[in-house]
Design a protein around this ligand. Structure first.
Ligand SMILES: [Zn+2]
Length: 322
């Protein structure tokens, strides 16, 4: 039986149940947190995370996978406390969330040195705890797969090859990053079924998506509710078309909902969140939008219960299990 690490310890993959593959309960700017801790409202952040965890649990979700890596404010003690208080299973990662910049410490060290850091989190534990990372996270965005981004991808790939842990790569279809990201992982010897290209659902360019699927990797249709990148009707049409083409075993549904961002606690101040909402950037965005609206619509469009189960129960088991 394959197993997977959670913040509450190692479990059989059969215990994962209904799983959201890409959501954020916690995110913050680490440098601001270290230098000006007074601007953070830890109690409010935690309370909002608990309320959100309870909301997803009410829809039958058993597990949330949280790709909050370095530079996104990973705090596994908070994640563990959230899991204990809410009863939700939470899975955490190692890796670096950067679109371009790397701190000097990593810029001037090798891919293998960085891979060692990642392996430490997978095998020993994160941030001085015995909580272990179940997967690796890296990112490519508007800056493309430049030298610094490639370095993080190669480090993640080498850590994956050494440990068997899967990789989730934030991508940006509008910058055509997916193909190059997959290419790097395959060059490093990562098996395609260990690779997930997150945010593939930000495009409805089926040729682009098909090229990724042809390589055997998983894709994340994981930003439901973020209309800024692609409105829900187009996301749904793409999902149904891919199901019709028989790709159910490589698809994930999620929302990339971020509790602090949505509540004006991190990236944007509250007044900017309001402006963005008024402009229709993410009107329906929540960690339960899938259950309240998307899944019923997909079912009307012909998605079967079995297909839903494959995407939200079986695929997480296969991708995460080691
Ligand atoms: Zn994310």
């Amino acid at each position: 039986m394959a197993t997977v690490e959670t913040v509450g310890g190692r479990i059989d993959v059969d215990e994962l149940g209904l799983t959201l593959i890409h959501e954020h309960f916690f995110s913050s700017d680490e440098a601001v947190t270290a230098q000006w801790p007074h601007v953070r409202d830890y109690d409010r952040e935690f309370q909002l995370a608990v309320e959100t965890a309870q909301a997803v649990k009410s829809h039958g979700v058993k597990t949330v996978v949280e790709p909050t890596a370095m530079l996104l404010g990973r705090d596994v003690r908070a994640s563990q406390r959230l899991a204990q208080e809410s009863g939700l299973q939470i899975i955490v990662c190692t890796g670096v969330y950067t679109y371009d910049h790397l701190p000097q410490f990593l810029l001037n060290r090798s891919e293998d040195f960085i891979a060692d850091l990642f392996v430490h989190d997978i095998e020993q534990g994160i941030q001085g705890t015995d909580i272990k990372a179940a997967f690796l996270k890296c990112a490519a965005d508007e800056a493309g797969v430049n030298e610094r981004v490639e370095k993080v991808h190669r480090a993640a790939a080498r850590a994956s090859v050494r440990t068997g842990a899967p990789i989730m790569a934030h991508s940006r279809p509008a910058s055509d990053t997916g193909g190059r990201q997959v290419e790097i992982f395959l060059e490093e010897g990562v098996a395609p079924e260990k690779i997930q290209i997150a945010h593939t659902g930000d495009t409805d360019d089926l040729d682009y998506i098909q090229r990724l699927l042809d390589q055997g990797v998983y894709i994340g249709l994981d930003r439901y509710g973020i209309d800024l990148f692609l409105p829900t009707p187009q996301r749904n049409a793409t999902t149904l078309e891919l199901l019709g083409r028989g790709h159910v075993e490589r698809m994930f549904l999620s929302q990339d909902f971020d509790v602090p961002i949505a509540n004006g606690l991190d990236w944007y101040p509250p007044e900017v969140v309001e402006e963005l909402q008024a402009a229709g950037a993410a009107t329906d965005w929540s960690m339960t939008f899938l259950f309240e609206s998307v899944i019923p619509t997909l079912k009307e469009g012909g998605m079967t219960d079995e297909q839903l189960n494959t995407m939200m129960v079986e695929n997480p088991k296969r991708w995460l299990g080691v």
